[in-house]
Design a protein around this ligand. Structure first.
Ligand code: FEO
Length: 403
């Protein structure tokens, strides 16, 4: 079939695909709105493809490329990132275009051999090296650990297009349009934060280095590997990645709790009431037993205030809360104002565990946590309201200091 590919800049065409079939990205993160694997083809004296797509969509991908090449050969495949959601069709590309030269840095080339057994027609490039396609000049910027060690970005100096790999990407398939100027992008912002929190969240420092490295690069379009092409939202997109990678939460609170029979849950509701009375307008409550952790992590990255509640379960934290703490620690989430609460039947332990965790994370702790024996009663009910009020005050102070 002949595809009519979307042109995203002069000589540059979108040949990516949507995936609305995969239930979980990396078999761990739910995809309620799907995901796109973006790839771009540059048609110049030489032709160059930017990354490939998940191999499940390989045949459609090949048709899109051939539609654009119209019988010409593919000269280069530029590989910005080797995770198989982007590299998965390399062998297919080689099958259809046997002479194509695979372009990457040293780490990339080793991974190409490791994943796909390819050892010939490879071209190693170095940081800031330039490859000319004729009119288009491609410059490569190595940005290790955004998201894997080999990650790099490619800058088309002629059209001022940055092919950024995972960076500045988001979950959410492309619903028809490709470029942000041609769609309502509101639905993508939360999915960008969820993407960042779950995929790149551990690598705040490398993301910061990458943003600094890009500060002198005059890009006017960002072509990521996931989500829309950014043109009119470049500043907003870069700001989101900048703030998330600096662990700068916004003015709001996420309450995460687990509850076996509703007692800890009632404490969560009461704390939220205290927060609202303190004037906090952005409050999100998640039940860790029913909400997937990827959404909870999204909101933990989003907000500066974090309150976690757990029943004491076999003298430990409730398992879902324990698992969440492990995910938070893995990502080394910093700069949070923290409160905790919990309930127990015969001997309390959850609040102690949560307090120790906050100490380990070097978060600012709101007094000691609130812990109730069995059902919530007057004294601890008031303590829950107070916890919410105190969090509200501390957030207010914190954001006033920043002004
Ligand atoms: Fe979209 Fe790290 O791969």
């Amino acid at each position: 079939m002949i595809f009519q590919n979307k042109q995203v800049a002069k000589d540059i065409f979108y040949v990516g695909v949507n995936d609305r079939q995969k239930a979980k990205f990396e078999n761990i993160i739910p995809l309620p709105f799907g995901v796109s694997y973006n790839s771009y083809l540059i048609i110049d004296d030489k032709t160059a493809l930017m990354d490939t797509v998940d191999f499940h969509q390989g045949e459609i991908f090949i048709d899109k490329i051939q539609s654009q090449l119209q019988g010409r050969k593919l000269d280069y495949l530029i590989i910005n990132h080797m995770e198989p959601d982007h590299s998965g069709s390399i062998r297919l590309i080689r099958k259809y275009f046997p002479e194509v030269i695979l372009v990457g840095n040293l780490r990339t080339l080793k991974m190409i051999e490791g994943f796909y057994g390819e050892t010939s027609c490879l071209r190693e490039i170095h940081d800031e090296e330039i490859l000319s396609l004729g009119t288009h000049e491609l410059q490569f910027f190595l940005v290790p650990m955004v998201h894997w060690p080999e990650t790099m970005m490619t800058f088309d100096r002629t059209e001022k297009v940055l092919f950024s790999g995972d960076a500045f990407g988001c979950f959410g398939a492309l619903d028809g349009a490709v470029i942000d100027t041609e769609m309502n992008v509101e639905k993508y912002w939360d999915e960008m934060i969820r993407y960042y929190a779950n995929i790149i969240g551990k690598y705040g420092s490398p993301v910061q280095k990458a943003i600094q490295k890009l500060s002198g690069v005059p890009f006017e379009t960002i072509c990521t590997t996931h989500g829309p092409v950014w043109r009119e939202n470049i500043q907003k997109t870069v700001n989101i990645y900048d703030q998330l990678s600096k662990y700068e939460g916004r003015n709001g609170v996420v309450i995460v709790y687990a509850s076996m029979y509703g007692n800890t849950e009632l404490m969560a509701e009461t704390i939220a009431q205290g927060l609202a009375e303190a004037g906090v307008k952005e409050i999100t409550i998640h039940n860790a037993s029913t909400t997937d952790a990827s959404f909870i992590l999204r909101d933990i990255f989003k907000y500066k205030g974090l309150i976690i509640g757990s029943p004491t379960y076999n003298s430990e934290l409730f398992p879902e809360i324990e698992a969440l703490l492990q995910k938070i620690e893995l990502r080394q989430i910093k700069n949070r104002i923290f409160g905790c609460f919990g309930s127990y039947t015969w001997a309390g332990a959850a609040v102690d565990h949560l307090s120790l965790f906050a100490e380990k994370m070097k978060w600012i702790m709101i007094d000691k946590g609130v812990e109730e024996k069995q059902a919530l009663k007057d004294n601890q009910y008031k303590a829950c309201l107070q916890l919410g009020l105190k969090m509200g005050e501390m957030l207010k102070q914190s954001f006033q200091q920043e002004k």
